[in-house]
Design a protein around this ligand. Structure first.
Ligand code: PLP
Length: 380
């Protein structure tokens, strides 16, 4: 190569920039939740579904201790972390793989099974990463219509073709917050061919009533085509550390292990996650805080129903508020920004008339409600 460059050969090829695969150019890069206003003012983020209670003190201590270990590679198999996850959820550690956030695992769940000519299926108004995960492998994203911002199992099953390789269901769903019951998840699985992978993305699973938290695990334990993903980014308050995990049949875990990054979870992340798993009280407090504040927020927004504000029923740590009357979502967005808060407006996901608002601390929710009351002309 060096000699060829020296002699200017081959001239045309040298002047041409690397050409991306055409399907890569079809990707719209993921847009993260904002933390500043248009003029650069720093806002309190209620735009990325982060835990308003922060992080368990035990996890923060573990992070602090791990700082001294920066020169050595982490455990490539995250063995102790997988064992702790298995203990907590009564799973088999050999059927667990950890990832750089669950985001890595969602991408691998496509890459391992789909490529050019294949289809990846998900519901309208679901997680933006699914479209990217499909396209980066050259697979065709296929979107099934939803009903009332909720995944419709019949519509999903109706969109399955012999080319469908991976089906994603976020349950509870982001950005709508809606949820389908265990029987519906089972019906979706029952209707899929056994060689189609069903990925149950349970990033918000821990916010559900504990009685409903096992449906994914039970399917993943019984069938070869079900992968459940979970994350430490939401209720565990460790989004900065980028730790996710998945459980499924040995054949699925083997595929993900072949193609994941070899040291994909940092040493500090592994230690922090292990400590976080041991702090039940933090997780329970987070769930209880979220449920109480979400109820209070929904009641306050429902009281603005005469101005067209409508909450989509949420089982997650955020609420999608629709603006169906004279007050627009844009007006709501700038009113809450003026009060110092960033929330999510998602016109690019087909939700121009809605704002996704993360449930924050009580006082923050009060100020957001006050801003929305003001923009509706109900300040006092
Ligand atoms: C936040 C979120 C994730 C988690 O992403 P990480 O990469 O684990 O931080 C996964 N799925 C959905 C639906 C989410 O909203």
């Amino acid at each position: 190569m060096y000699l060829r460059a020296e002699y200017g050969y081959p001239p045309q090829a040298m002047s041409k920039a690397p050409q991306p695969k055409p399907y890569i150019l079809g990707i719209h890069a993921y847009v993260p939740g904002k933390s500043t206003a248009g003029d650069g003012t720093v806002l309190t983020k209620l735009s990325a579904n982060e835990n308003p209670l922060g992080t368990s003190a035990a996890a923060l201590d573990a992070l602090e201790r791990a700082r001294g270990e920066a020169a050595t590679y982490p455990d490539p198999d995250a063995r102790r972390l997988r064992e702790r996850i298995a203990d907590l959820h009564q799973l088999d550690a050999d059927r667990i793989v950890c990832g750089t956030g669950s985001d890595e695992l969602l991408n691998l769940a496509v890459q391992g099974f789909a490529g050019v000519g294949d289809e990846v299926l998900f519901s309208r108004h679901s997680f933006a990463v699914y479209d990217i995960a499909a396209r980066r492998c050259g697979a065709q994203p296929v979107v099934a219509p939803d009903t009332d911002f909720t995944a419709n199992v019949d519509a999903l099953l109706g969109a399955v073709t012999p080319r469908t390789r991976t089906v994603f269901l976020a349950n509870p769903n982001n950005p709508t917050g809606t949820w389908i019951a265990p029987e519906e998840v089972e019906r979706l699985h029952q209707g899929l061919p056994s060689d189609t992978l069903l990925v149950l993305d349970e990033a918000y699973g821990e916010y559900l009533d504990p009685a409903f938290q096992r449906v994914g695990f039970d399917l993943a334990a019984r069938y070869e085509n079900v992968l459940v993903t979970r994350t430490f980014s939401k209720i565990y308050g460790l989004a900065a550390e980028r730790i996710g995990w998945a459980t499924g049949a040995p054949g699925l875990i083997d595929v993900l292990n072949r193609i994941r990054g070899p040291f994909n979870v940092t040493a500090s992340g592994q230690e922090a996650a292990i400590a976080a798993l041991g702090d039940d009280a933090f997780v329970t407090n987070s769930r209880v805080h979220n449920a109480a504040e979400r109820d209070r927020f929904v009641a306050a927004i429902d009281a603005l129903g005469n101005h067209g504000l409508v909450c989509v029923p949420s089982e997650a740590n955020f609420v999608l508020v629709r603006f169906t009357g004279d007050v627009t979502a844009e007006a709501g967005l700038s009113a809450v920004a003026q009060a110092g808060y960033a929330v999510r407006h998602l016109p690019s996901q087909g939700l121009p008339d809605a704002l996704r608002i993360t449930i924050g601390k009580s006082e923050d929710m009060d100020r957001v409600v006050q801003a929305l009351r003001t923009v509706c002309g109900e300040a006092l």
